[in-house]
Ligand binder design. Structure first.
Ligand SMILES: [Zn+2]
Length: 107
């Protein structure tokens, strides 16, 4: 594994903290996940989603492994973008749920 480079100044002197990296040269701080490939998650209409956004379902979704259906139009606040098949991690009615970005729109 080579050390990450700073996305701002591209120098390699990086301090590695628990949840973030810090550039010794310019002081820029970032989360490691963001430096790895700049993943962009888009909703059903092509709007780029970010952590903390609110989204609404554009259709009824059946929860995997359950009979529960989440109705279209249901909103989820404060989403988190995660790796994997379901890019959005959020809570609906108090339950942690993973959603596919193609089934939501930003509100
Ligand atoms: Zn830097």
């Amino acid at each position: 594994m080579s050390k990450p480079a700073c996305p701002m100044c591209e120098m390699n002197e990086i301090l590695e903290h628990a949840e973030r990296l810090e550039c010794v040269t310019c002081g820029h701080e970032w989360e490691p996940a963001q430096s790895a490939g700049e993943r962009v998650v888009k909703d059903a209409h092509g709007t780029v989603l970010a952590d903390g956004d609110s989204v609404a379902l554009i259709k009824d979704l059946k929860l995997k492994g359950s009979t529960q259906v989440i109705k279209g139009g249901t909103k989820a606040k404060g989403i988190r973008l995660v790796d994997g098949d379901h890019e959005i991690s959020c809570k609906i009615d108090g339950s942690a749920i993973g959603l596919k970005a193609c089934f939501v729109k930003k509100v």
